[in-house]
Design a protein around this ligand. Structure first.
Ligand code: MCN
Length: 778
């Protein structure tokens, strides 16, 4: 039996569930000092003097530094790796602000002390002379004439503009029998990983720097540390120990890492910083915060011919690692899984006095999916069709598909996943129940909402990333080493932070080499152990890293075959290979297992002439295309028309992620993804007041759901293997988040249809729903 495709229990869990995980805060070196950051309470303020004298005298304090004190420690500001256009303004972003604070939470000074409590107490004794300035926190206010500037050298608060136009857009719209034009607001979200960020830096006598940090990207961090701090890359070791979630937010390059490294180097002692939850809400990147306008051109029967999308995307106060690129990750998807002739996408990046935004689960693709899936429902209402009918009329149905926005979708069967999802929920009987509740004037109305999505992940072909001006490649490097006694080490350039790579990657290699899953040791997250990699984001670990692993394993098998042929004194062509064993054709008893060839390769007593000893291989894989998972999600909500309360009643998801390595892990990814997307639809919103204070600064008022708020999800799958990789796999890490938000909001609007409500902002709080009903009634 092959390991791939089996629900192998997660190898990680025995340790993690017993509390034997090792997160940054569990790790303390001898003599560790602790850092606390002094943060601006103002969203926008000129920084006058900073008086550190009182803090310096506080018990346990070792050092207090302002931004000016540390200016010499930085060679450059925090990097933005994605300068998307010629006109982009990338403001200098120092780890500690020196002249102006540009968002509430911007760091202005750091206290280093013998204990965390001492550092925190002393941070309150740093007196900063702020001169408050008017803040702009909303996109509209930032773009208004005469708006205060977040950065003096970014007129109009515009960071960049970017567009993608194909086909005869104006003609298609002029010829259209029907058009719909909708405006949506993607509220700002706070990623809220279970483990907040943390960093520990140790420097040895030779000046070698070891940084243990809660990151998704140890390799990216190593490069970033060099760029910002000027330490040669070879003298930096980055360790990502167990990482308690990230959802994109831990891909970023943060000020605190730089401050902690600079402090450890200056003081010659280990320095550690652990983020508090309320601190995370202002200091770790936010997601979304986009105003969207989408227009569809269609025939009278509802066949979509053209799409226009206009985005105004908040960058926040600075451009973080990939902030400007986030809207681009959705730029190809505003026609969703529908065949259109003409396509026009335009985006403006806007600075605001808020926490910087950046990639948050789905990054650009949830926004695109939301816009097209809601707009398709609006079109269905206009042409008098059912949401199922309109989708079926417009689906792309031949693959590979060259889409209007210019890329090629590898494979899919959108009708199949929609049909299966209808079956899973029992669509006809749901509609019947809805009708009877409507007729009875039931106080709890039923709503059924659809989202048929396709997304592009598996970032990404390096060639395309280059054309988009992304600052790095999209390849991945994986190595396989068979030890003399036959156990296998996998050295992975991607690092898990909850995705179960140790299990799924072991499954892949176990099948290729004919060993047990438990005979595979998975190594990642330490640049001293795995020096090369591009890290984990964009649901790339399997479709890029896993495929690299497949190829590396094949290289190992090829070498093992040569050794086996030599030992067995036959030609390679005379060998058969199955389940890790080479046997001589016609003499099945005569053979050698890969494990045995590993010993022979290690001993090297009798290898073919010229062969290198050892049995290991590395493969660096650059994918030829993105990975295009798709599917159909159906949300069923109950809306209390008296109170506006929305309950998610049922939720069905049929996803096509190509071949599946581990169905339980895939289901887990889908579960988590759906929970996050539903949370955007129903509960979560980062709210700033007019002065730029984050009023949802804690988990008391930023409403992250627990399992209790969610029904049991009804999951199923269709499988169209990707033809672009030998495993036939597509990514799954973000699908649930991408698909679920519009399904839920479409369901809420479906419930409110008898009241004439056709639009509502997210989150669809009881107040918003109640107001929408009242306004429609009046
Ligand atoms: N998998 C599989 N078969 C498939 C597809 C995937 O068995 N056809 C398995 C993979 O082998 C891997 C897991 O599912 O073990 C996810 O794989 P993949 O889709 O390649 O995604 P990544 O591993 O690259 O993870 C990144 C993705 C992203 S971008 C975000 S955001 C996210 C997510 O994963 N953040 C997460 N899932 C998360 N899960 C947890 N627990 N915590 C986060 O922060």
């Amino acid at each position: 039996m092959t390991a791939v495709g089996q629900a192998v229990p997660r190898k990680e869990d025995a340790r993690l569930l017993r509390g034997q995980g090792s997160y940054v805060d569990n790790l303390t070196a001898n003599g560790t000092l602790h850092a606390s950051i002094v943060r601006s309470p103002y969203a926008h303020a000129a920084i006058g003097g900073v008086d550190v004298s009182e803090a310096q005298k506080a018990p346990g304090v070792v050092a207090v530094w302002t931004g000016a004190d540390l200016e010499g420690a930085w060679q450059g500001g925090l990097p933005c790796f994605w300068p998307v256009s010629d006109d982009i303004k990338i403001p200098r972003h120092l780890p500690l602000a020196t002249d102006r604070a540009r968002y509430a939470g911007d760091g202005v000074a750091v206290v280093i002390a013998e204990s965390r409590a001492a550092a925190k107490d002393a941070a309150e004794l740093v007196h900063v002379d702020y001169e408050p300035l008017t803040a702009v926190t909303e996109i509209g206010a930032a773009l208004a004439d005469g708006a205060p500037l977040v950065h003096d050298d970014a007129p109009g608060n515009v960071a960049f503009t970017w567009e993608l136009v194909t086909g005869e857009v104006d003609k298609v719209f002029a010829d259209a029998a029907v058009t719909v034009k909708e405006q949506y607001r993607q509220q700002r979200l706070i990623p809220t990983a279970m483990e907040p960020r943390g960093v520990l830096c140790e420097v040895n006598a030779a000046g070698d720097v070891t940084v243990t940090t809660s990151t998704q990207g140890p390799h990216i961090m190593r490069t970033a540390y060099t760029l910002v701090l000027g330490i040669p890359e070879a003298k930096i070791r980055v360790v990502a120990p167990d990482v308690g979630g990230g959802f994109g937010s831990k891909l970023d390059v943060y000020a605190e890492d730089m401050i902690v490294i600079a402090a450890a180097r200056k003081l010659g002692r280990p320095v550690k910083w652990i983020e508090e939850r309320s601190e995370a809400n202002v200091a770790t990147i936010h997601g979304r915060d986009v105003l969207q306008e989408i227009e569809l051109a269609a025939t009278a029967e509802g066949k979509i011919t053209g799409v226009r999308a206009r985005l105004k995307a908040a960058m926040g106060a600075y451009l973080q690692a990939v902030t400007p690129g986030v809207p681009l990750l959705g730029a190809w998807l505003y026609a969703g899984c529908y065949a259109v002739e003409a396509y026009d996408f335009h985006c403006t990046g806007v600075f605001t006095n808020t926490t910087p935004t950046d990639a948050y689960r789905g990054a650009g693709r949830p926004e695109a999916t939301y816009a097209i899936e809601r707009a398709v429902d609006a079109l269905a209402r206009k042409v008098g069709k059912d949401p199922v009918e309109i989708r079926k009329l417009n689906f792309i149905d031949s693959f590979p598909a060259d889409i209007a926005s210019g890329l090629q979708i590898d494979s899919g069967d959108y009708h199949a996943s929609l049909d299966k999802a209808l079956e899973v929920v029992g669509y006809d009987s749901l509609r019947a129940e809805q009708q009877s509740r409507r007729s009875a004037g039931d106080g709890k109305q039923l709503g059924i909402g659809f989202s048929t999505y396709v997304e592009m992940c598996g970032l990404a072909p390096s060639r395309i990333l280059g054309a988009l001006r992304y600052g790095a490649g999209g390849w991945e490097s994986l190595s396989v080493r068979v030890l003399p006694t036959g156990t296998v080490q996998v050295m992975s350039g991607t690092t898990p932070h909850g995705q179960g790579h140790a299990t799924t990657f072991s499954q892949i290699v176990a099948d290729r080499l004919g060993v047990d899953v438990d005979d595979v040791e998975f190594l990642s997250g330490d640049t001293a152990v795995v020096p090369t990699g591009m890290d984990t984001y964009g649901s790339r670990s399997l479709p890029v890293g896993g495929v690299a692993l497949y190829h590396a394993s094949e290289k190992v098998v090829d070498k093992a075959r040569k050794i086996a042929a030599h030992q067995l004194e036959v030609s390679e062509d005379d060998l058969e290979y199955e389940a890790g064993r080479f046997s001589v054709k016609g003499s099945p008893d005569k053979g050698l297992h890969v494990k045995e060839t590993a010993f022979l390769a290690w001993a090297a007593h009798n290898l073919p002439d010229g062969m290198e000893p050892g049995l290991e291989a590395t493969y660096v894989y650059d994918p030829p295309n993105f990975s295009w998972p798709s599917g159909c999600h159906i949300a069923v909500v109950e809306v209390d028309t008296e109170t506006g309360d929305v309950r998610l009643h049922r939720y069905a998801a049929v996803d096509d992620v190509g071949n599946v390595i581990n169905p339980v892990i895939v289901d887990g990814q889908v579960h988590g993804g759906i929970a996050q997307g539903v949370a955007q639809a129903l509960w979560e919103e980062a709210v700033y007041d007019e002065d730029g204070n984050l009023v949802t600064g804690s988990l008391l008022n930023y409403l992250v759901p627990s399992a209790a708020e969610l029904p049991s999800f009804e999951l199923d799958r269709t499988v169209t293997p990707s033809p672009t990789n030998p495993l036939g796999v597509k990514g799954v890490g973000e699908t649930g988040t991408i698909a679920s938000t519009p399904a839920v909001v479409n369901a809420v609007l479906d419930a409110l249809e008898p009241y004439g409500v056709t639009d509502i902002d997210m989150p669809t709080s009881p107040e918003r729903v109640w107001r929408a009903i009242e306004e429609a009634r009046s």
